[in-house]
Design a binder for this molecule. Structure first.
Ligand code: SF4
Length: 291
């Protein structure tokens, strides 16, 4: 049995930067009175969150749960201006680890809405990144979230529209939505804020199954991770069987899937840490060797 790894898999630059900063701060925190928090999960990967929590990280559902004199790390997805202002007003130390690519989308939303563009955000309205970008528009009435071209159909015609994308969207969705919006505005400003890391992982997953004679792909990543779910769709669209697991234990439980497979591909979402990928690879070699 052969195992082939996708050329790009696991932590992207923005997630690694944020997780490393949180981890360093937890390691170097010598003050037992000082608590280190994130608002919302720092990453869509339960095993990595559990590792950071075991080191002392606290996760709040809402900023009001964070006690005064704490430190809050803004995660890679970013945060709305309102929340940051409220934390600052309470003298809570903020370490902003918003990914620079997300920050770029936030800044464009702020700049273009202040220039009277109606902002269309392409993405998932429930995703924290979209909520954070929305929180940078100068007036929430001047923005609308759409998931795709069909939803863009319902956008009211305006003089000026700016289209900004969630960083994890696929290019095809951005192009189709932009096409739909051309007839909705006298002036359409399109911002391609899709991050390269997402496209690289998607291309790598596609190449993995197209360029190799693969019997199935083990996809490693959190079940809540949107970018991992997208990788599953891409691999399945190529007609290849996918086993989506969160960790090596789940692989062990589902080890029957490996039976009669000669060549296995390994892919992982941008929120999957390297240690989880390595453990899953080791475990699949062990299962294969003993089956
Ligand atoms: S996927 Fe891209 S935009 Fe999102 S955190 Fe990673 S590097 Fe940043």
């Amino acid at each position: 049995m052969k195992i082939i790894m996708a050329s790009h898999a696991g932590f992207c630059f923005g997630v690694k930067r944020a997780v490393d900063a949180i981890e360093n701060s937890l390691k170097n925190n010598s003050n037992p009175e000082k608590q280190i928090w994130t608002i919302g999960l720092p990453i869509h990967n339960p095993q990595e969150v559990a590792r950071l929590q075991a080191m002392g990280l606290r996760v709040a559902n809402d900023e009001r749960e964070v006690p005064d004199n704490s430190e809050v790390f803004i995660r890679a997805h970013g945060e709305s201006r309102e929340v940051i202002e409220r934390l600052k007003a309470r003298n809570i130390k903020i370490t902003d680890m918003t990914c620079p690519f997300v920050k770029k989308a936030q800044d464009l939303a702020a700049e273009l809405s202040s220039k009277n563009y109606f902002v269309i955000l392409l993405g998932d309205k429930n995703h924290p990144e979209i909520k954070g970008i929305l929180g940078h528009v100068n007036n929430k009435n001047n923005a609308q979230v759409v998931a795709n071209a069909q939803e863009a159909e319902n956008v009211t015609r305006r003089a000026k529209i700016a289209l900004i994308s969630q960083t994890t969207q696929c290019e095809e969705n951005l192009i189709k939505t932009a096409e739909k919006l051309i007839l909705k505005a006298q002036e359409l400003h399109i911002c391609n804020t899709i991050c390269k890391a997402t496209a690289e992982r998607q291309d790598a997953a596609r190449s993995l199954v197209k360029e190799n004679n693969i019997d199935g792909v083990i996809l490693i990543g959190g079940k809540q991770s949107a970018n991992t779910s997208k990788l599953r769709d891409i691999i399945q669209a190529e007609g290849v069987d996918v086993l989506w697991i969160e960790d090596d234990k789940e692989l062990e439980e589902k080890s029957k899937w490996l039976i009669n497979k000669n060549t296995i591909g390994i892919a992982a979402g941008a929120s999957t840490p390297e240690w989880l990928i390595n453990k899953a690879i080791q475990n699949s070699k062990f299962i294969i060797h003993n089956s």
